[in-house]
Design a protein around this ligand. Sequence first.
Ligand code: HEM
Length: 412
Amino acid sequence: MEKPSRRNVLMAGGVLGAVGALNAAAPAQASPLWTWSPKGSVAGAGEGADPRWVWDPEADELVASLLDRGAVPDVNRLLRTWTKNGQPLPGGLPADLRAFMEKARALPSWADRGKLATAFEFNQKRGLYLGVTYGFASGMMSTAIPHEARAVYYSKGGADMKDRITKTAKLGYDVGSEKAFQPDGEMIVTCVKTRLVHAAVRHLLPRSPYWTKTADERIPISQADMMVTWHSLPTTVMQNLVKWKVPIPAAESEAFLHSWQLTGHMLGIRDEYLPASWSEANAQAGQVLDPVLAPTPEGIKLADILLNLGATIDGGILTKPILGSLTRFLLGDKIAGWLRIPRDPLWDPLITTLWPPFVAVREGLLDLTKAPKELRQIYWMFDEILRQGALLFLSEGRLPISIEIPQANRPS
Ligand code: HEM
């Protein structure tokens, strides 16, 4: 049970997690009809409006106006100094933005401090699994979510995926940190800034000639898209942990869900779309996430960029096949095939064979004390590779990370 330092959470839960929220791509699969009832939501009731046609009107109008009146460079400069949840907003912000942010930074009445403390315990105990699943299940899955892949590819951040991952990793790190939503934490700041970034993307992308040529939606990042990506994160992570038989006390499982419900709310998702329980989450994911997964040229390119990110460490010799095999193991042959990830004769069978007993050993479900020394060394190495790999990758991280409102799309 590793104790995550800021660094190793960033590596594991964060950096890799960042990858998750990043991309997605695929040929335009029509989004399925929204039939999920708001009765199963955090709100318990709602209008039931189809979230494919709901965005974030308050944030969207505001940020469109900031962009149109040229206020964004000053706003970004001022917001660089706003880093802690409890910190007053910087002086000099436009009045309309300040009013919005004061409202957006307030936690909902249903935020539960006790559950958030338990969520931190869970993150602490399960940092390694969270890192692997956020990174190679959520992160790589995002390249197979067509709406997200295209939006990411054609937005400004698509041209510099390493920078984009580092920024997205910040959210993955912040949500798992001890003070996440407390006054001296940073998660509220990260969410509110991300909400502004998403609003900017809704204004900018419809002006991209590349995006308009390929996308099957006029305005990106609808509430339905937000839920798809949300499920690629906590729902997918929890489904894998359950599959691997990681023992998780009910209170910890519920607390982890709570931290992500709150994240969704702070990112501007309406409470009537956020599932109230894991069974509701699984049901909704079956309706909205599974059917949209598909390859797109943009997603294939993004997946390749992501798998090559380790190349700065070893020229890609070892990292690329390992990252590819982990992706194949977590997402399966179909998605790996879509993403054109080559099969690897060494790492594919090794990961498939070693992972289940690796988890069992870590969880104390399998006793290796009497196993041959060589086998114990292999497991130790595996653990180390995962931990150090993330660490190395992140060691280039340029902290502090500042999430900024984009003013343009990808240039070409
Ligand atoms: C930006 C997280 C959903 C597309 C960001 C950033 C974060 C983030 C942390 C800021 C990073 C940066 O500025 O580079 C999330 C989370 C989501 C989510 C946690 C859901 C729970 C989506 C969806 C889409 C999307 C559904 C598209 C369909 C983008 C784009 C950017 C962005 C295009 C801006 C990249 C740029 O600056 O050019 N997101 N996101 N995100 N996100 Fe999301």
